[in-house]
Design a protein around this ligand. Structure first.
Ligand code: HAM
Length: 432
């Protein structure tokens, strides 16, 4: 039987893991610069956590199962609902706003294709108990800051506001559940289907036309007066519009003006209420959305008080792919800096001792574990990217020395064993 990994999953080997680690650490650093603290939640949760308000699309894609005790569980398709649960379980009394970030795998039973997997990773954050649009502005600036730090150049941040669309629908008596249906179709970009649904919902002709016009609007600040005019007879929508306008002013203060206002953004999850945003990288093709988020109301839906919450998540795998296509991958560090090579079997124990001494001084070190002859060891060390090889020979040892070989120049010199750490630390530093 040939053992294969499940469809839609991937293995990551050494270089890819180094690149992913670099990106993970860069994001970690930026999130922490904004005062976020990391949390971890279980990979599986009660199924109900994700079926209450995630939306049709996600529910169909959930990996769910019953455990041996007959409990209905699900592999998490995303992390916002688990974070809302943590808040309700443990953080209701914590000083606000609470800033949390996470990095973890998510599971969705989707048809696998380029950039779409059944197991994928999200790096994201939730900001609970702040005020809109202040929080939204900071979070969007944080997302842009991460991409800047990763030197990703070609991306677009699109901003929308669901309060504007929902305000119109509410005024025409469309229920919250029906609104979710409308949002799902807008998210898929299916205009014909949307028109049909709006007919069925008996939306009045003027509202229908305004809604269709709004979702097609895209631009910078110049679209604001156009929206203002369109929604002037809808007080709730006008209030959300003013919030969007305020957000744009704040974004400027946060130093980010590279956005596109796009009122066609509806998001695929049902819990969003106000500002929403998505980040696209065109070169990725159909799965170009590398990040999504916005303001949502999940805690109240889960039975808590109303707490304003905003967040977003990077699709980590898509960020990795974007860096690859834009050729902005990080330079990779070699596996080890130093290789310790016993020249004969009788110096093996001394070689182990020296390797340990170097490792305890934070020098990444490998030591011969296969019992090869020197020529083969040198070739293996070279392939490992080692800059230096410590040759441990019986004659040198009698004089309390080893021979240090510089793999780049080929130069060799004898060094007293007691000086080896300081010499290597010095050489490694100058070779960087
Ligand atoms: P989402 O848009 O469903 O939002 O997912 C966030 C990101 O995960 C997407 O923008 C995309 O890059 C990536 N992604 C989604 N599905 C896949 C897949 N099958 N394969 C690879 N990447 C994928 C959320 O999940 C929200 N919880 C984000 C959020 C946080 N909103 C507020 N706080």
């Amino acid at each position: 039987m040939e053992l294969q990994k499940p469809r839609g999953t991937r293995d990551f080997l050494f270089d890819e893991m180094k690149e992913r680690k670099f990106v993970e650490n860069t994001m970690r650093k930026v999130f922490e610069t904004y005062g976020y603290q990391e949390i971890k939640t279980p990979i599986f949760e009660d199924l109900a956590l994700f079926t209450l308000k995630s939306g049709e699309g996600i529910i169909e894609e959930i990996y769910h199962f019953q455990d041996k005790g007959g409990r209905d569980l699900a592999l998490r398709p995303e992390l916002t609902a688990p974070v809302a649960r943590i808040y309700l379980n443990q953080l209701q009394k914590a000083p606000r706003p609470i800033k949390m970030y996470y990095f973890g795998s998510c599971f969705r039973y989707e048809r696998p294709q380029a950039g779409r997997f059944r197991q994928f990773w999200q790096f994201g954050c939730e900001l609970i108990g702040g005020k809109s649009p202040d929080c939204e502005a900071e979070i969007i600036a944080l997302a842009a800051h991460c991409l800047e730090e990763l030197k990703l150049e070609d991306y677009q941040i699109h901003l929308g506001n669901l309060g504007i669309l929902r305000g119109i629908l509410t005024q025409d008596g469309v229920s919250a559940d029906q609104q979710d249906q409308v949002m799902a179709i807008i998210d898929k970009g299916e205009v014909k289907e949307l028109e049909k649904l709006l007919e069925e919902l008996k939306l009045n002709e003027e509202s229908k036309n305004i809604l269709l016009e709004l979702i097609g609007l895209q631009g910078h600040r110049e679209v604001i007066p156009v929206v203002q005019e369109l929604v002037k007879n809808y007080p709730d929508a006008t209030k959300s519009m003013e919030e969007l306008e305020e957000l744009l002013v704040m974004l400027e203060a946060f130093g980010f003006t590279g956005y596109t206002v796009n009122l066609g953004i509806a998001r695929g999850l049902d819990y969003y209420t106000g500002t929403v945003f998505e980040i696209y990288v065109e070169g990725l093709g159909a799965q170009k959305q590398i990040s999504g988020g916005g303001t949502y109301n999940l805690i109240e839906i889960f039975g808590g008080e109303k707490v304003e919450s905003t967040g977003f998540a990077f699709g980590f795998d898509r960020v990795m792919e974007s860096l690859k296509i834009q050729k902005t991958q990080p330079a990779l560090k070699s596996r080890v800096e130093v290789f310790v090579a016993p020249i004969s079997t009788e110096t093996k124990l001394k070689a182990f001792e020296i390797a340990q001494k170097l490792r305890k001084n934070n020098i990444t070190t490998d030591v011969e574990l296969v019992g090869r002859k020197l020529k083969k060891i040198l070739s293996f060390a070279d392939n490992s990217g080692a800059k230096f090889v410590v040759l441990v020979g019986a004659r040198d040892l009698e004089e309390g020395k080893i021979t240090l070989k510089d793999m780049e120049s080929g130069d060799q010199e004898q060094i007293p064993i007691k000086n080896i750490t300081s010499v290597l630390l010095d050489r490694i530093k100058t070779s960087e």
